[in-house]
Design a protein around this ligand. Structure first.
Ligand code: HEM
Length: 180
């Protein structure tokens, strides 16, 4: 997993819970990196799982709720770092439908060793999108949170439903209904 995910996550933990919490979750986790991340580095995904589950234990906030909060922070960082990837989209549906063949496609060129999810587009209408998320990381809740941030960016709302196609969350079908 790319370092930008770790640095952004720890920045959020510091903002919300303070530096002591950052130190706590780092020392409670078994990290090969020792918890020293740079945004351009690449680290074991298992380190992120440990950090977030320790944060969940310390705060009594569920991992899913933490992922939704993180999605907001991460999305803002992503669009600040790569404004050119999103600025020409005129609406959230087109942006979301283009994650696979444009946004993440370009991301893969910028961060060569990024391990991105795939989003297979099943249906793309003005008011409805159906797509299938696939990733070994099973971060579909992060995906849902990022989708909500896309609607927020355009000042719009949507009802986002998902159905696990695999019990472990590595394949998830999203149905996104635009609220107008
Ligand atoms: C400017 C827009 C975006 C940029 C620059 C971007 C970039 C990235 C980067 C760098 C990662 C980390 C990959 C790694 O650690 O190897 C990532 C992961 C991810 N992205 Fe995006 N992304 C963008 C928009 C979105 C949107 C709108 C969604 C919503 C569906 C999304 C869904 C995800 C998910 C779910 C992951 C976690 C990895 C996984 O599930 O396998 N991204 N993205």
């Amino acid at each position: 997993m790319k370092g930008i995910v770790f640095t952004d996550f720890l920045e959020l933990v510091e903002e919300k819970y303070g530096l002591e919490m950052v130190d706590n979750i780092i020392s409670q986790s078994e990290l090969n990196s020792g918890g020293a991340y740079t945004s351009i580095g690449t680290y074991d995904f298992s380190e992120m799982l440990q950090l977030i589950s320790n944060l969940s234990l310390n705060t009594s906030v569920s991992v899913d709720d933490l992922l939704m909060v993180f999605a907001e922070h991460f999305f803002n960082t992503l669009i600040k770092s790569h404004p050119n990837l999103v600025e020409h989209y005129k609406n959230p549906m087109d942006l979301l439908a283009s994650i696979e063949n444009h946004i993440h496609f370009e991301v893969q060129k910028i961060y060569m060793d990024a391990q991105l999810p795939t989003f297979e587009l099943i249906e793309h209408k003005d008011d409805k999108l159906v797509m299938i998320y696939k990733s070994d990381k099973a971060l579909y809740i992060l995906g849902k949170g990022l989708m909500e941030q896309v609607f927020k960016l355009f000042g719009e709302h949507a009802i986002i439903e998902y159905e696990k196609l695999k019990e472990d969350g590595t394949e998830v079908k999203f149905t996104i209904a635009r609220v107008v």
